[in-house]
Design a protein around this ligand. Structure first.
Ligand SMILES: [Zn+2]
Length: 375
């Protein structure tokens, strides 16, 4: 009799254990928002105090809870301003993974268990706070400080190719001098600056882009000085890449600037023959947008500072040197060697410095704007 009693109690005990282990259940997931301080409280109603881990992922903002539950009641999926979707699945290691898709990057403020409530359920509480924009910017500022903004300045032409020539002045010498000066101005602002050449030597257009890429540049600026038949034409202009030229003059200018490699006997490369993936296309579009936004920044600053600009100063054409897929790139024609006033402006160290400091300020504005918009 005693033995039977013992066996029965043993059976009950095991049964209880079985019931107990099977009862590791998520009964409900609820949340409430506090919009004023951008916190959301997530509550998991559980049949037991179950071991769990909770963490956030920031590439696509998510909150993940891994909890040792066997099952879950059907969760009514509500959404909130922060929580866009809830996904549940059993992982291979027999853990219930709950993923909350979030509207914004967030961090976990605190998480803890509350004892059983009237419904006989334990509550796992997770308080999540949206990272404020300000906080994000600070983070960006920090990460930018860590990774210096890199600029490659490209002094146009060189060596065998002097570029434009007039009255003994050569484009290649003016661009080199200007580039060296611009480099020191930018270095003083804390940027990392490279030159594609620092002496009078020939470099192919492709090589110039390769150098920019090797330097992991965030911005590429090619400096040139133009020359045209009409001596009265003067002023600065800035060019960005496009397959179709904005006008005939720009198309011809691009032709002149692209001829560099022919002069030195290098074949013009077949561009756009690389990978035609959508991704590259998107990168290009983004790069083009950035290039254009830099160009606009520069023109605005130059106007403000009273610099002489060419009519419609922002133009575009298929400049080979600007064809980097990932690096925002612009080509600046600082002025005209065919115009005596521009020659004076570009060869006088004081006026040249004024022109370059405007460019340097425009770069600073661009970097700041860019940091604001990085995700
Ligand atoms: Zn040139």
């Amino acid at each position: 009799m005693l033995l039977i009693k013992f066996l029965v109690s043993l059976f009950l005990y095991f049964n209880a254990c079985y019931l107990y282990s099977n009862d590791n259940k998520i009964e409900n997931i609820r949340f409430s928002e506090n919009l004023s301080n951008k916190t959301t409280r997530i509550v998991l109603d559980l049949t037991n105090k179950l071991p769990y881990t909770v963490f956030t992922l920031n590439n696509k903002p998510r909150l993940v809870v891994d909890i040792e539950a066997n099952s879950s009641k059907k969760i009514i999926k509500k959404s909130s301003k922060l929580i866009k979707n809830i996904r549940l699945r059993k992982t291979d290691s027999n853990v219930m993974r709950i993923v909350f898709d979030l509207a914004n990057n967030s961090y976990i403020e605190k998480h803890f268990y509350l004892e059983k409530n009237n419904n006989n359920l334990f509550r796992l509480v997770i308080d999540v706070r949206e990272s404020s924009i300000k906080k994000n910017n600070n983070l960006k500022e920090l990460s930018i400080k860590k990774k210096q903004f890199v600029i490659t300045i490209d002094p146009g032409h060189g060596g065998i190719d002097p570029g434009a020539i007039n009255l003994g002045k050569k484009e290649k010498n003016i661009t080199l001098q200007a580039s060296i000066e611009l480099k020191s101005m930018l270095a003083k602002k804390g940027y990392k600056v490279f030159l594609t050449r620092n002496s009078d030597k020939f470099i192919s257009l492709r090589k110039r882009r390769v150098i920019a890429k090797k330097n992991k540049s965030d911005l590429f600026i090619s400096l040139h000085v133009d020359s045209v038949k009409r001596k009265s034409t003067r002023g600065t202009s800035i060019y960005t890449l496009s397959e179709k030229a904005s006008d005939k003059l720009t198309a011809r200018l691009a032709e002149r600037e692209n001829k560099v490699d022919l002069i030195a006997g290098v074949d013009l490369e077949k561009v756009d023959n690389e990978v035609a993936s959508i991704l590259l296309d998107l990168t290009r579009r983004d790069t083009k947008n950035s290039s254009s936004s830099f160009a606009e920044n520069y023109i605005e600053k130059a106007r403000k500072n009273g610099h002489r600009l060419l009519r419609r100063p922002h133009r575009h054409a298929g400049f080979a040197v600007l064809k980097s897929a990932e690096i925002p790139s612009v080509l600046i024609e600082l002025g005209f060697l065919s115009n005596s006033k521009d020659v004076k402006l570009l060869t006088n160290s004081k006026t040249r410095k004024r022109l370059l400091s405007t460019l340097s300020d425009a770069i600073e504005i661009y970097v700041k704007e860019r940091n604001k918009t990085i995700n």
